[in-house]
Design a protein around this ligand. Structure first.
Ligand code: F6P
Length: 548
């Protein structure tokens, strides 16, 4: 194991080996790759924490795989992982530990970091959340006018929204159905207006979720929620019964008028996009109950332990990360499609967009030097089978290679009998398997012509194939499996960050836009002038003001 050098990727022997292997390996077709290797599926699949991963349809040869595994060792992935799990300040630009894994440590673990009893503090908050969630679920918590709470509205954005809304949708099957959940994130007032349009303030609880408690969108929406509540409830005292806060910033929570007794805290070592299993998960806990929330944490933890200890040739997150590096840097794939064949995972691709792109969308290494290789790809996707009838055409026959992550579950949570038709779930799974097969192996011109297609039309029907994919399968979508799945992606993002030598845990790229929005606002509301802004922006602002 060598000392970690963020700038050292291209000097590693494994990287050079990959560069040597790439010209021949990237020319191989998956058809050849499969026919060259008997037992390809057995040697290119693995399983942990209830998730089976088949990566045999990725375009790697045994030699490429070996070099990728060597790369993980040479880039000291093991050492960097230990640094993360033990609270070293690996978020260097913010001088912070990165300890989301501690959020799901079992109670008996002892972890002290920077003088903080991490596990103790985490469990104190979880216990308080549990009591609060139960009091909402069983109706003990009464609103200002004595009515029980029926509606829970989470106000947050980014990590303070995407995790909660994704988890709510993903675990809806386990939710308490007499409670209504809404998630407001956009500063567009329509989001607020439409979310509360049919709700009664007397029965509504707002969860103001913001790590910093300064985020413009969230603060504006929270203020609208205050106004909306007080309009009906009248009395300032009502806030205590209808507002809770999830934040690291007690001072600002108090300043907003929320009693810190109604605040559930977390810490600066929890990144926003890594926070769905912290206090930010309060809406999830209210929805599915504290026991299911604990199962979710257990799933995260099982994958954490797997990532931390399993050899890399059997390690799901490490393999996923390494394959991502191969696809990005050697197959030149600029995007990845995440395609869950599971309706409950409808918001999973959106959740992953922040996790992956805010983490690895970086152009300098940890030492501030410009990278001269590509880093984080664009993530996008939709639940199957809908995408098959819109964008899959391009994935199958377009000029870009788009690696796909297929995700499905063997057992549906709800059986839906159809009359004189195949079982819904069998049909769903037939489709996901068919798609990855078609993408991988395609259809040659010879095969098309053999079907009697004319030579003029045949080229249009040729399916080149050789489009890589990984398939993840679990038995059923449980809180445990969801936790394991999210942790799998978290650690694959981390793996890539370590290989590329970039800082996966800050997000400076979002700052300039926030600063400029503050500068532009006076142009719109007061007609102010600002020479420091560009001419196009000034002109657009003037047109907006004229048309308002
Ligand atoms: O603007 C980006 C960001 O900082 C994300 O990283 C974060 O998840 C989101 O804003 C919301 O931040 P907060 O929870 O502090 O309101």
């Amino acid at each position: 194991m060598t000392e970690y050098n963020p700038d050292g990727l291209e000097a590693t022997a494994a990287w050079k080996k990959l560069q040597d292997l790439a010209p021949a390996a990237t020319k191989l077709h998956l058809r050849e790759i499969f026919s060259n290797e008997s037992g390809r599926v057995e040697t290119n699949s693995t399983e942990a924490a209830g998730i089976y991963m088949d990566y045999s349809k990725q375009r790697i040869t045994p030699e490429v795989k070996a070099a990728l595994l060597e790369l993980a060792e040479e880039r000291d992935l093991r050492g960097r992982t230990e640094d993360m799990f033990t609270g070293k300040h690996i978020n260097v630009t913010e001088d912070r530990a990165v300890l989301h894994t501690a959020l799901r440590d079992p109670r008996e673990v002892t972890l002290e970091v920077d003088g903080q009893n991490v596990t103790g503090d985490v469990n104190d908050v979880l216990d308080r959340m549990g009591k609060f969630a139960d009091s909402i679920r069983n109706g003990d918590w009464k609103g200002h006018t004595g009515k029980p709470i029926k509606n829970i509205v989470n106000i947050g954005i980014g990590g303070s929204d995407l995790g909660p809304v994704m988890a709510f949708e993903a675990l809806k099957f386990y939710s308490q159905r007499d409670l209504t959940f809404r998630f407001i994130s956009n500063v567009d007032g329509i989001d607020f207006a439409e979310s509360v349009i049919d709700l009664d303030p007397e029965e509504t609880l707002f969860i103001v979720a913001s790590k910093t408690f300064t985020t413009q969108e969230t603060m504006n929406n929270a203020k609208s929620a205050r106004r909306w509540s007080l309009e009906k409830l009248g009395d300032e005292d009502a806030i205590a019964k209808h507002f809770v806060a999830l934040s690291t910033n007690a001072e600002l929570v108090e300043g907003f008028g929320i009693d810190t007794a109604n605040m559930f805290g977390f810490w600066d070592w929890v990144g926003g996009r890594y926070s769905m299993d912290s206090a930010i998960g309060l809406s999830t806990m209210i929805s599915v109950g504290p026991d299911n929330f604990r199962d979710l944490l257990n799933g995260f933890h099982a994958m954490d332990e797997h990532f931390r200890t399993a050899p890399y040739d059997q390690n799901l997150p490490a393999l996923a990360g390494l394959l991502g590096v191969w696809n990005r840097n050697f197959l030149d794939c600029a995007t990845v499609a995440v395609l869950p064949y599971e309706q409950y995972l409808m918001r999973f691709p959106a959740y992953l967009q922040q996790l992956t792109m805010e983490s690895n969308g970086k152009h300098v290494t940890l030492s501030g030097n410009e990278v001269d290789y590509e880093t984080g790809p664009i993530y996008w996707g939709e639940p199957g089978t809908n995408g098959q009838h819109s964008f899959y055409q391009l994935i199958h026959q377009g000029t870009s290679i788009i690696p796909c992550d297929f995700i499905f579950f063997a057992r549906p949570l709800i059986d839906v009998p159809a009359e004189d038709a195949p079982d819904h779930h069998d049909l769903l799974i037939a489709n996901v398997l068919a798609q990855s097969s078609a993408l991988g192996f395609g259809k040659t011109e010879e095969e098309v012509l053999a079907e009697g297609v004319s030579p003029e039309v045949a080229p249009h029907k040729v399916m080149e194939g050789n489009r890589p994919s990984t398939t993840y399968m679990a038995e059923s979508l449980t809180p445990f499996t969801l936790g394991a799945l999210v942790a799998l992606y978290e650690h694959s993002v981390f793996t890539q960050g370590v290989i590329w030598g970039i800082g996966s845990f800050d997000q400076w790229g979002v700052e300039l836009g926030k600063v400029l929005a503050k500068k532009v606002l006076p142009l719109l509301v007061e007609g102010a002038e600002d020479d420091s802004l560009d001419a196009s922006t000034v002109s657009l602002a003037a047109r907006y003001r004229a048309k308002e």
